[in-house]
Ligand binder design. Structure first.
Ligand code: NVA
Length: 246
């Protein structure tokens, strides 16, 4: 709306893939609108939607596998704070989830070293590791750790996300146990480079993946990230919908 466009918010009774086939909905929307912003669980369904309507710009606003719009906002935030990104190191602690997966690939493409510390069973997938490795430029390295302290030693920023992503609520109690050693607290921040930033995509759970102190500290740039979601998503729409766009 701020860019002068109109939005239509589809209601759940559309029944994507249940009441109506994914491809049929995508092909109808392709006749009506310029772009579709899709936030869903099934990444496969999102891909099917995009492939079904090649003339429709489809933006992934979060799936189980990826959260690319968040990564755009995060690296804009780091650029604002640091200037040059190449050669910096970001550590991500906790679940090797959608947010971690998109960050790993964006970091690689931007020349940022990326450390991930996660417990067994919650690491980045091999597919994501391979994609990040293939995307790496300017010597960017992806390193996987088990111990949080090893991953954060000397880094420029520490990032975490919820231990229980949307759709995983049934696993809450086991996840709280498994991820407890990965809480970002003053002890872990002290191992990073002096002046290191704290990042979180929100919603945050103070006292779980991040301590109250770190979340509220001057190191925390979480609301810069939140603000940059707006700017980046507007920029993305401009890029996709400008007459010069491919
Ligand atoms: N990993 C989280 C991100 C929320 C923005 C989730 O999928 O719920």
């Amino acid at each position: 709306r701020e860019l002068g466009g109109n939005i239509v918010a589809l209601q759940p009774d559309v029944g994507l893939g249940t009441r109506e086939a994914v491809a049929d909905i995508a092909l109808s929307l392709e006749r009506w609108v310029d772009a579709a912003v899709v936030r869903t669980y099934s990444h496969r369904q999102l891909e099917q939607f995009a492939l079904s309507a090649p003339k429709l710009h489809v933006i992934n606003a979060l799936s189980d596998d990826e959260h690319p719009c968040q990564a755009l906002a995060d690296f804009l935030t780091l650029r604002e704070h640091w200037g040059e990104l190449r050669g910096r190191t970001v550590a991500y602690l906790g679940d090797g989830n959608n947010v971690a997966s998109s960050l790993a690939q964006a970091a690689a493409a931007l020349g940022v070293h990326f450390h991930v510390a996660s417990p067994d069973g919650y690491t980045l997938t091999n597919t994501v590791v391979q994609r990040a490795t293939n995307a790496a430029r300017y010597g960017a390295r992806l390193r996987l750790f088990t111990e949080a302290a090893d991953a954060v030693a000397g880094v420029d920023a520490i990032y975490t996300d919820t231990w229980v992503s949307m759709g995983r609520e049934a696993e809450t109690s086991v996840r709280r146990q498994v991820f407890t050693p990965y809480q970002v607290n003053d002890g872990l921040m002290a191992l990073a480079k002096p002046g290191a930033l704290f990042m979180h995509c929100l919603p945050a759970h103070r006292g779980e993946e991040v301590s109250h102190e770190v979340f509220e500290s001057p190191a925390s740039v979480v609301f810069d990230q939140a603000e940059n979601r707006l700017h980046c998503q507007k920029a993305l729409l401009m890029m996709l919908l400008s007459p010069a766009a491919p």
